[in-house]
Design a protein around this ligand. Structure first.
Ligand code: FES
Length: 94
């Protein structure tokens, strides 16, 4: 199991390693708004404040989308991330 902390709500939940972050956020009732859920709208943008190395690597579409926003490397689209270790997540929004 991995620990996922949603910083804005100070909410700590556990999930099996490899679980999509959007599934964890939905199940926990975390305050992250999802739109397309396919990596194309940016509504779910988060900052991985801790454990970035435990996130799945971004695919080319997510990488291109975030590059277009000039987002720093610690920012990800929550709908595109699977969690493989403990992480701290801060919701940023679009
Ligand atoms: S919900 Fe649209 S990019 Fe994640």
């Amino acid at each position: 199991m991995v620990k996922v902390r949603f910083l804005l709500e100070d909410l700590l939940v556990e999930a099996p390693a490899g679980t999509p972050l959007q599934r964890i956020a939905d199940a926990a009732g975390a305050d992250i708004t999802f739109g397309c859920r396919t990596g194309s709208c940016g509504t779910c943008r988060v900052r991985v404040a801790g454990g970035l190395e435990h996130c799945s690597d971004p695919g080319p579409e997510e990488r291109d989308f975030l590059k277009g926003l000039e987002a720093p490397p610690d920012q990800r689209l929550a709908c595109q991330v699977c969690v493989h270790g403990d992480v701290d997540i801060e919701y940023l929004g679009p």
